[in-house]
Write a protein that binds this ligand. Sequence first.
Ligand code: SER
Length: 581
Amino acid sequence: MNLKDLYIQFFIEKGHKQIPSAPVVPENDPSVLFNTAGMQPLIPYLMGQPHPYGTRLCDYQKCVRTNDLDAVGDVTHHTFFEMLGNWSLGDYFKQDSIAWSFEFLTTRLHIPLDRLAVTVFAGNDTIPFDQESYEKWLSLGIPSSRIAKTVEDNFWIAGESGPCGPDTEIFYFRSEEEIPTTFDPEDDRWVEIWNNVFMQYYKDTDGTVSELPHKNVDTGMGVERTTAILEGVNDNYLSSIFKDMIDLIVRISGTPYEGEAKKSMRIIADHMRTAVFISADPAGIRPSNTDQGYILRRLIRRAIRHAKKLNMDMSTPWEEEIATLILQKYKSYYKELEENAAIVLEVLKKEKEQFNRTLEKGLKEFEKATKDTTIVDATTAFHLYDTYGFPIELTVELASERGITVDEEGFAQKFKEHQELSRTASAGKFKGGLAGDGEMETKYHTATHLLNAALKVVVGPDVHQRGSNITAERMRFDFSCDHKLSDEEKKRTEDLVNQWIQEGLDVTVKEMKKEDAIASGAECMFIEKYPDVVTVYEIGTVSRELCGGPHVHNTKELGTFRIKKEEASSAGVRRIKAVLE
Ligand code: SER
């Protein structure tokens, strides 16, 4: 039996209910692009809402982390991973949580006691030393020399605010060398495999820490890392999770898994797996130039570029072969892979064909433009993007392989100018788009944000703004959507906007560092291209968008919102005309 099955079976024996993995795109949390941890979809329940499955839950959750996307290619980084988790929602706490982790590791995974070590929370000004966990580990037979007390790494929170608490982390000694008597968490032969968070606090955005209604346990174990450790391989891509994909890439490319080729093969295996999961997800993400769709596009295009590096023949269905292997491997765990297999293959094929048409020429263009220089100028970077579909990150990667740099700021500037130009062109007059700033225009501007947010709720999270035009008399809003809205969808959208207007939501603005805005999931197009500090407008908790304003102070000022017309604008883009009465 593999790790995932053993884990779920064990926690079911301990009275847990298995819950299905949530989609990769959070359903009720606009603050992040993707689920990055098993606990993310459970936040409302950790905060006190009763869970329909009860108080003991376990699962494997598909997670996507893109902050390390460019680090993929080494032996440990991945953009997709599965996280095993067990939770207590106000049920058991430290005693059982620690005892069960210990039992699972020693009796099911048969890890010798001698290879295990743990950290516990040492205490700080507000939260005391975690004596109970310390003593529990001692009672189970972990010697005190293998229990490290630390502060920094023993308090867990996802981001800046949310449910949180002290944790105890479990480490495994990965090396063949003699195991030191005293555990040093800084010694990287000890690898963290499991994290048990005792989640009893809530940290507000202003830093205030309060007690949650009940004490929870939230644990997380990474499947890829733990599998590699148990199988005794140092390169995750040689574990049973990736080995067959690497073997297949070796066969298709006719190149051994050696030297420089290793990096490209790892990138292809990792990115293809993530692309399969994202495009199979019920969230319905497709390659595009914004948000999750842009990540999907970057992953596929980077995989294609590395396939080309390995001289893989673009006219053969190599992407289908690799994707089919991945679909086969995971479909018994994730039914959407079976259901959406045809969509996945179609997405990959289309993106390959589209990018392959321009890749070769783009690469030549890149070589030509960089022959006698150490910097790729903004004009070249923008030309590669606009004409040859090179995501800026791809140009940066190509440049760094040659030890040269890219004028990324200049690119961002050009990108912005281009967007403004196309907005002006589509508005058909200079003062179109979001330029107006009279009283009515300001109201329509805020209504635009509400409409954008409402469409995401009613139609789906992959609705994105494609354009907007405001006059004192009406607003027009273009958005990505593959179907004509039904009367019911129109009605629900209108009702939701009016509900938010009646709720009198405050409109607030803050300046944020771009990274923080990204982390908070603010809605925008091409976040990578914005300046370092951006303004973010929030409407209550329903909308958060990067925007230059102006806006009303409270949604009450808007009156009543009416959709006048919904029609096609261009392929895959719908247009709504609406008024405030
Ligand atoms: N939330 C913790 C983590 O992600 C435990 O699940 O590590």
